[in-house]
Structures are given as structure tokens and as C-alpha cells.
Design a protein around this ligand. Structure first.
Ligand code: COA
Length: 325
């Protein structure tokens, strides 16, 4: 028996925020954003949409794609850094929306590595025999923590969600292996200072704009490349797969130049690399999952293919995996 992704689904909000729109808000240009990041537009939630609303829609798509009844789901893991609220968990909110009850639900906070971390946690619960069908929802409304007066960050981020049903299957091989990493010493290079127990919300934290994401972009850029290259090399070594055997490479979509450097360092050609950053920007936990879903729907995922995913984000936390279809 194998542990595999039985179904995948995604959802992005309807509203499109283009580079031209951003030109009207901050001192930037379509030319600068396109050249430095590869991003042309991103999706933004409506005022009535939160992470669980996007997550619910992507979860329904994944369940339909898996071809199972939702009642088969035994656990919900939601990966998000933009929960609906600090508590209860967005997974509990999702459980109610899905009309399920009495199954374990919890959130993980691993930023952009959420989809891959979620898959690996699910794989371990399944391989140990504790559960057999787990729903992972990677969902982020980055627009809710974006400072639209900060031109160095507001151009990068967007909203979206991807879900996967992971289950035991007699049609293998499925998830071959993963590599998970983190380094808390970099916490303050990419973070949201207020809103937690360290600096609870106050008039002061709001007026100082401390409820928005802060980032030292150029330092993050360099560490992101090195960490993602290392994560791919580690998972290749762990699984005994050669980089030449990779049919499809799905890196986190934070910056096109990061993706190109990672591919170049690893010797993985751009033709094998899936890119959709131009339409969505960085959707944090959702990016890798949305890319996998779009690749599958575009017919780029075939029986026997070997897919390598890698991500990197706030923490810093990074992760990679290899799955065989
Ligand atoms: N439009 C126009 N100019 C801008 C700008 C914008 N949107 N944002 C920054 N600039 C300016 C800066 O003010 C700076 O001007 P200065 O030289 O006069 O001071 C100049 O462009 C260069 O800034 P720099 O930060 O060095 O640019 P960069 O090439 O490093 O690109 C990022 C900035 C943010 C695109 C890039 O650092 C990046 O992608 N970092 C990693 C982001 C990331 O992956 N984050 C999430 C990880 S999950």
C-alpha cells in the first residue's frame, strides 16, 4: 500500500490586482515589478472573504477530484499564517463549513512551506496506521497582512488556497520522501511584529503599522535560494532519485529570479519547471499546491512522472518532497 495524493484542488478569489493598479497606489512601475519579480498580477479577497472561505472552496474541489465522500475524511490540517482569527483554529472553522464533526483538526504555521509540511505530517499519520484519509488545506489571504504603502512588499503578495486529500492507496508509489528544515535565528527578517502575546493589538501598534508583514527583501532573497537548493539536494539524496529523473519541478512562487537561480544551481531546466507567479504572486502556503493543481489540470502530470516540490518562507522554514505518480 502507498500513501498518495488522492485528489487536489485549488481556488483563488476573483478580484485581480495588476501592476498597473499598484502604480496608482505606490511609487512603482509595471516594468520594475515585472523585471525584478516576474509578477504581473495577483488575486485579492473581497472584504467578506477570509482564509477559511478560500480554503472551503479549494477543499471541495480536492474532495471532488479525489472522488470520495467527505465523510471519509478523518483529520483536517490547515496550513496558514493568516488564520480567520487567532483562535479557534481555521481547521475547526473548516470542519464546521464542511459539515463534519468529531475528527481531529489543527493548524500549522510554517508560512510558504505549509503545503509540503502538511503533506508530510499527513503521510506520517497514514504510514503509522493511525488514520487513512486526511485533508490538507493550504490557504492564505496575504492581502490581510500587506502594507499597501510599502512598495517593497505589497507588489509581491496575493491570496489563494490549495487542498489535497492524502490517503492510503493500492495504486502506488505516491509520496516517496520529504525533507523538512527550519532556522529560527532568521525570524525577524520576515515577520509580523504585532497582534500576538508579545505586542497585543493596541492603538499604538496599529498607528505604527505593526500588523503588517515586514521583510528584509535582499537578505531573504539570498537565503531563500540557498535553502531551496539544499532542500532539493537533501530530498534527492534521501529518496535515491537523480535530478535527471525529475519530470516536473514545482518551486515556491515568490520571485521568478529566485526560481531561475534555484533551477540553475540544481541543473534542472526551466522546461521542467512549473511557473504561474505572473498571475498570482506569492500566495504563501497556497503557492506550491495551486501550482501542482494547475499543472495537473494542464496535463503536465502523467502516470509514472516524478515530481519534486520545494518551498521556503517565514521562520525561516523550508521543505521539499518527491512524489511518483
Ligand atoms: N518599485 C520600484 N522600486 C522599488 C520597489 C518597487 N516596488 N521596491 C523596492 N524598490 C527600490 C528600492 O527602494 C531600492 O531603491 P534604492 O536603491 O534607491 O534604495 C531599489 O529598488 C533596489 O531595492 P532592492 O530591495 O535591493 O531590490 P531587489 O532587487 O532586491 O528586489 C525584492 C526587491 C523584494 C523584489 C527582492 O529582494 C525579493 O524578491 N526578495 C525576496 C522576497 C521573497 O522571496 N519573500 C518571501 C519569501 S517566501
Amino acid at each position: 500500500m502507498a500513501t498518495k495524493i488522492l485528489g487536489i484542488g485549488s481556488y483563488v478569489p476573483e478580484k485581480v490586482l495588476t501592476n498597473k493598479d499598484l502604480e496608482k497606489i505606490v511609487d512603482t512601475s509595471d516594468e520594475w515589478i515585472t523585471t525584478r519579480t516576474g509578477i504581473k498580477e495577483r488575486r485579492i479577497c473581497s472584504p467578506s472573504e477570509a482564509s477559511s472561505d478560500l480554503g472551503y472552496k479549494s477543499a471541495l474541489n480536492a474532495i471532488a477530484n479525489a472522488g470520495i465522500l467527505k465523510e471519509k475524511i478523518e483529520m483536517i490540517i490547515t496550513a496558514t499564517i493568516t488564520p480567520d482569527m487567532p483562535f479557534p483554529s481555521t481547521s475547526c472553522i473548516m470542519q464546521k463549513k464542511l459539515g463534519l464533526d468529531n475528527i481531529p483538526c489543527f493548524d500549522i504555521n510554517v508560512a510558504c512551506s505549509g503545503f509540503i509540511y502538511g503533506l508530510e505530517i499527513a503521510r506520517n499519520f497514514i504510514d503509522s496506521g493511525t488514520y487513512s484519509t486526511i485533508l490538507i488545506i493550504a490557504t492564505d489571504c496575504m492581502s490581510s497582512v500587506t502594507d499597501y504603502t510599502d512598495r517593497s512588499t505589497c507588489i509581491l503578495l496575493g491570496d489563494g488556497s490549495a487542498s489535497a486529500v492524502v490517503a492510503k492507496s493500492d495504486e502506488g508509489p505516491g509520496i516517496l520522501g520529504s525533507y523538512l528544515g527550519a532556522s529560527g535565528k532568521y525570524a525577524e527578517l520576515l515577520y509580523m511584529p504585532a497582534g500576538g502575546s508579545r505586542q497585543p493589538a493596541s492603538i499604538g501598534t496599529v498607528s505604527q503599522r505593526l500588523h503588517y508583514m515586514k521583510m528584509e527583501g535582499s537578505t531573504v532573497y539570498k537565503i531563500a535560494i540557498n535553502s531551496m537548493v539544499d532542500a532539493v539536494n537533501m530530498v534527492l539524496k534521501k529518496t535515491g532519485i537523480s535530478k535527471d529523473d525529475i519530470s516536473l519541478f514545482i518551486p515556491h512562487q515568490a520571485n521568478l529570479r529566485i526560481i531561475q537561480s534555484v533551477g540553475k544551481n540544481l541543473g534542472i531546466p526551466m522546461e521542467k519547471t512549473f511557473i504561474n507567479i505572473e498571475r498570482y504572486g506569492n500566495m504563501s502556503a497556497a503557492s506550491v499546491g495551486v501550482a501542482l493543481d494547475e499543472a495537473a489540470r494542464a496535463g503536465k502530470v502523467r502516470k509514472g512522472d516524478i515530481i519534486c516540490m520545494v518551498a521556503f518562507g517565514s521562520g525561516f522554514v523550508w521543505a521539499s518532497n518527491i512524489i511518483k505518480i
